[in-house]
Ligand binder design. Structure first.
Ligand SMILES: NC(=O)c1ccc[n+]([C@@H]2O[C@H](COP(=O)([O-])OP(=O)(O)OC[C@H]3O[C@@H](n4cnc5c(N)ncnc54)[C@H](OP(=O)(O)O)[C@@H]3O)[C@@H](O)[C@H]2O)c1
Length: 338
């Protein structure tokens, strides 16, 4: 039987031990659709699994991690897919409780698979991945709630991260004036080059602690950080602002008062691209990511790394030095993007 390379996490004495191993298909969790992986990515969730943070990966047996993958169907026992189909899988239990994207092959349930939409290559699909889907859902929901560029600027926190940088680009493409809020002011030129009109340091955002700030800066926002950041976004919001909440990079707590929500009639909406995001909606958003929501600066936002570099890439997530998206060349070398 054919052997291939995989990056697996074992839990030994309660601690994660990651290593490259040689596996065959029978070593993978069963699933009716066999995919030859082209690319995966590195997300915060992957870094958590590799370093044992938050205990998000199964511990009773080893797991091939990698919560995102794109590739080509090799065989399918499900009539919805056939050999040669190009596909994307993100989230569900992939890479945490079902062997995931860090292997030359994956076996997955057909219900988790999105056909690669027109307008995206397999590489671009992973330049977007979970982060792109999250940014797309946030923009889509804000617009459906009535947010329009004429109402005022939008803010994005954690703007050099995967979700943040893609959101900056997508909002700008949709015609919004974007304020990119970041702890990395040295990345201001990068943020402007992907569509930010204004760059604000996180320190400046957090400086004023009053519940309502006189300067009402934003008609909309996407928060990837949580905690005080979300509190400050509400304090600086314009009347009737809409704020989508996707992340909690600084923690799950949200300390605030209800004053801005009531006095400025602010809408807060939660964003979740886990299995709660139903397949028709998932497919609709991926189609938009291949067309009207497709970022214009993917070549700047995503960078490829060789499969062998994977372990080193994990630690960068914890010292907050990763910029944009990291695409892993599992079975294919990265294509050059325009
Ligand atoms: N809701 C969902 O379905 C969903 C899906 C995907 C991800 N997420 C969550 O969304 C968040 C962003 O994901 P991501 O993939 O973009 O992560 P990421 O690439 O690690 O980016 C997070 C960004 O947040 C900022 N940040 C990180 N740690 C911080 C800290 N301690 N204090 C202040 N700022 C900090 C940094 O940006 P700056 O340096 O530019 O400030 C960092 O680049 C994460 O919490 C992730 O778990 C949620």
């Amino acid at each position: 039987m054919k052997k291939f390379k995989a990056y697996r996490v074992h839990t030994i004495d309660g601690k994660p031990v990651c290593r490259f191993e040689t596996l065959s298909l029978d070593d993978l969790d069963p699933g009716p659709v066999v995919i030859k992986t082209a690319y995966s990515a590195v997300t915060y969730k992957d870094a958590m699994a590799a370093r044992g943070v938050g205990k998000n990966v199964r511990t009773d047996r080893p797991c091939v991690t990698g919560v995102d993958l794109s590739g080509e169907v090799v065989s399918s026992a499900d009539s919805r897919f056939r050999e040669g189909d190009k596909v994307i899988v993100t989230n569900y239990k992939l890479g945490v409780d079902q062997d995931g994207g860090y292997a030359d092959y994956a076996r997955v349930p057909a219900d988790w698979i999105v056909p690669l939409p027109e307008g995206l290559s397999l590489y671009e699909a992973m330049a977007l991945g979970t982060s792109g889907l999250t940014a797309a859902l946030a923009v889509d929901r804000l617009e459906q709630a009535g947010l329009k560029p004429a109402q005022g600027p939008v803010a994005v926190t954690g703007s050099t991260g995967g979700v943040g940088s893609l959101a900056v680009d997508i909002f700008a493409k949709r015609g919004f004036d974007v304020t990119a809020i970041t702890g990395k002011l040295d990345q201001a030129d990068f943020l402007k080059s992907i569509g930010a009109k204004t760059v604000m340091s996180s320190r400046d955002l957090l400086a004023d602690k009053s519940p309502l700030v006189a300067k009402m800066l934003w008609a909309g926002a996407l928060d990837n950080v949580g905690g005080e950041y979300l509190d400050r976004l509400t304090a600086y919001a314009m009347p009737h602002a809409k704020i989508s909440v996707a992340g909690m990079a600084v923690g799950a707590e949200w300390k605030t008062t209800v004053l801005p929500l009531i006095l400025r009639s602010i809408d807060i909406m939660g964003i979740n691209v886990s299995r709660q995001l139903k397949m028709p909606e998932r497919q609709r958003l991926w189609k938009r990511l291949g067309s009207d929501l497709k970022p214009q600066n993917l070549a700047k936002i995503a960078r490829p790394i060789a499969f062998e570099e994977l372990d080193k890439a994990m630690d960068r997530f914890f010292n907050v030095t990763t910029i944009g998206r990291v695409v892993v060349e599992v079975g294919q070398k990265a294509e050059r993007l325009a």
